[in-house]
Design a protein around this ligand. Structure first.
Ligand code: F6P
Length: 349
């Protein structure tokens, strides 16, 4: 069997661990020939691939990023994009594709299935917002980085008696903010799933101060917004996306800076912002993510050999399962708000 693997969308710690698992399992267990398309669906559209063998995968388990490169390419948004995908797969004799990606990359995979492309998906995203799986690899690493940052912010916040706003990734969902905030002992956790009332946030910070807690950590997802009204208008103006990608997503960022300024203006407490940004996506994956990525890679090759296409491997109740691709894409897995209401709430404010 000639199997192709690709990595699409934002990069994520653990991608190389999946590639390694796919290549080694394919070669050593099934005798497969494996190639890698470069830069996600871009490489398939353009017909750019490289051979992959165990030697090429040596020492990549702990390496961040992706040796194949990635992009946010949507063949369905390009003229002749899909025809070129089909032509490349035919020309290069590809029997099956393992697509490693998030909602956008796997959304493309799902739409290619009915056109005859035999594809198995592997769920990736630091945001942890893909449906069908309890966890995506990369999330654990991003949370770990967030917590390490909060721990550092805390000591300087305490020294200066400041409010430290920490902006984390999470376009539509607050998983990183919530896990990072709980583990880092944040005073406030603000997420996209629940617009925040800034007046209430400021009141709670003032009460903390009155109780003798002169510093506070506020964790905010990049996609969080104030409740509708003048604050929402003001935040929107300050955070307007600077560009939009091929899937229609605006480039987010800036809510943390807006928040720090507003908190300082309303409470009088000196405030600073730290935006973790792509630091959360770079570097070596945690042991949890290496293991999960490896399990996903092995399982994806098994699904290919069982001819269970149009599926995505997923983690459910500790077990690796296969779910239909179409059920995993198109609707983000939003935060379980009980985490905020039951687990985080007693420690907030
Ligand atoms: O991959 C998801 C994500 O990390 C989001 O959290 C974030 O909004 C986006 O990617 C950033 O994308 P880019 O790397 O294109 O700036």
């Amino acid at each position: 069997m000639r199997m192709a693997v690709l990595t699409g969308g934002g990069d994520c710690p653990g991608l190389n661990a999946v590639i390694r698992a796919v290549v080694l399992t394919g070669h050593q267990v099934h005798g497969d020939d494996v190639i890698g398309f470069l830069d996600g669906w871009r490489g398939v559209v353009d017909g750019r691939s490289v051979p992959l063998d165990p030697e090429r995968c040596r020492d990549i388990l702990a390496l961040g990023g992706t040796i194949l490169g990635t992009s946010r390419t949507n063949p369905f948004a390009e003229q002749e994009g899909v025809d070129r995908v089909l032509a490349t797969l035919g020309d290069q004799g590809v029997d099956a594709v393992v697509a490693i990606g998030g909602d956008d990359t796997l959304g493309v995979a799902s739409r290619l299935g009915p056109l005859g492309v035999r594809v198995v998906g592997v769920p990736k995203t630091i945001d942890n917002d893909l449906s069908g799986t309890e966890v995506t690899f990369g999330f654990d690493t991003a949370v770990q980085i967030t917590v390490e940052a909060i721990d550092r912010l805390r000591t300087t916040a305490e020294s200066h008696h400041r409010v430290m706003v920490c902006e984390v990734m999470g376009r539509h969902v607050g998983w990183i903010a919530t896990y990072g905030g709980i583990a880092g002992g944040a005073a406030e956790i603000l997420v996209p799933e629940r617009p925040f009332d800034l007046a209430v946030v400021c009141e709670r910070l003032v009460r903390r101060h009155q109780r003798g807690q002169y510093s506070s950590i506020v964790v905010v997802s990049e996609g969080a917004t104030p409740t509708e009204g003048p604050d929402a208008d003001s935040a929107r103006a300050a955070t307007a996306p600077r560009s939009v990608d091929a899937f229609g997503h605006g480039r987010l960022g800036g809510i943390g800076g807006w928040l720090a300024e507003e908190i300082e203006r309303r409470t009088g407490f000196e405030s600073r912002v730290t935006t973790l940004g792509h630091i959360q996506r770079g570097g070596t994956p945690t042991a949890f993510d290496r293991v999960l990525a490896t399990r996903f890679g092995v399982a994806a090759v098994a699904a290919v050999h069982d001819c269970e296409f149009a599926t995505m491997v997923a983690l459910q109740a500790g077990e690796i399962v296969r779910v239909p691709l179409e059920t995993a894409v198109g609707r983000p897995k939003t935060l379980d708000l009980s985490l905020l209401d039951e687990v985080a709430l007693p420690f907030l404010g």
